[in-house]
Design a protein around this ligand. Sequence first.
Ligand SMILES: NC(=O)c1ccc[n+]([C@@H]2O[C@H](COP(=O)([O-])OP(=O)(O)OC[C@H]3O[C@@H](n4cnc5c(N)ncnc54)[C@H](OP(=O)(O)O)[C@@H]3O)[C@@H](O)[C@H]2O)c1
Length: 286
Amino acid sequence: MRLLITGGHGLLGGEIEAAFRGRAEVRATDREEWDVTDPAACRREVEGFRPDAVIHCAAYTAVDRAEREAEIAHLLNVDGTRNVARACRERGALMVAFGTDYIFDGASSRPYREEDPANPLSVYGKTKWAAEQALREERVDHLLVRTQWMFGPGGGNFIRTILGKARQGETLRVVSDQVGCPTYSRDLAGAVRTLLEAGARGTVHFSGEGETSWFGLARNVLERCGLPTGSLFAARTRDLPYPAPRPAYSVLSKEKYHAITGSFPRPWEEAVGEYLGMIRPEGGAR
Ligand SMILES: NC(=O)c1ccc[n+]([C@@H]2O[C@H](COP(=O)([O-])OP(=O)(O)OC[C@H]3O[C@@H](n4cnc5c(N)ncnc54)[C@H](OP(=O)(O)O)[C@@H]3O)[C@@H](O)[C@H]2O)c1
């Protein structure tokens, strides 16, 4: 199998490359090699490498900054996805893309299923929902994996930020009224492999198992690292100055993933523990 990866140096892209190394012929590209906002570059890369599948990890992911950079977020998330989809369709390649829990409005009282209606609150969520539409409109053979609250060794993430601040002795005010589930990038990359092996198509949700708030995640991390929790305070979303609105509840249902693969993700606490065991005290990956 020949796999071509966009955004190959991002949080997920690096893990995808590692998950398929030795099992497929993989080419991971970064923005310098392949700018997905350039339709000609998309055609050139896909025609040149002749992949069986393109795993599209490139995205605009700065949720708060997107509120004031809507055009840039749209260009990368919507037009970029459409460009890659078109090139894949022309070449007859499968496209694997990633979606987000932020397409939901958070009003649900049970985990979100794949067919639940979207109602994104933020610019980022809107661009990711429009990207899904573009993917479907292009009628490309595709697998769309929606995920949430990702962490891992390949980039900045909430856990690193919390650890860094706690070690500086800073006071931490973290929201306790947004509930979701942390997802280890390594588990997600493994899930993509499992889904591809099972021949999955269409939309599938994947995240860690269980649920927590950002505050719950922060407390779990500090306790595991033996750091004091006295400077960690629960806050309400409306009391913190984040520009982008976020869903209050966005846990993703993994029933469909289970039905396709026969497996469930592991509990988020276990994945966080493995990740913490891998990073140095100062928060850098080994
Ligand atoms: N992180 C999460 O919590 C989360 C949650 C739900 C869904 N997702 C989705 O999961 C996917 C992967 O996210 P991630 O967290 O791995 O993202 P990420 O770490 O921000 O990586 C995105 C990558 O895209 C690259 N990129 C930016 N502009 C590009 C362009 N014009 N052409 C090609 N590459 C470009 C970036 O390169 P530079 O570093 O050079 O800019 C970066 O390597 C995305 O679709 C995201 O929406 C993520």
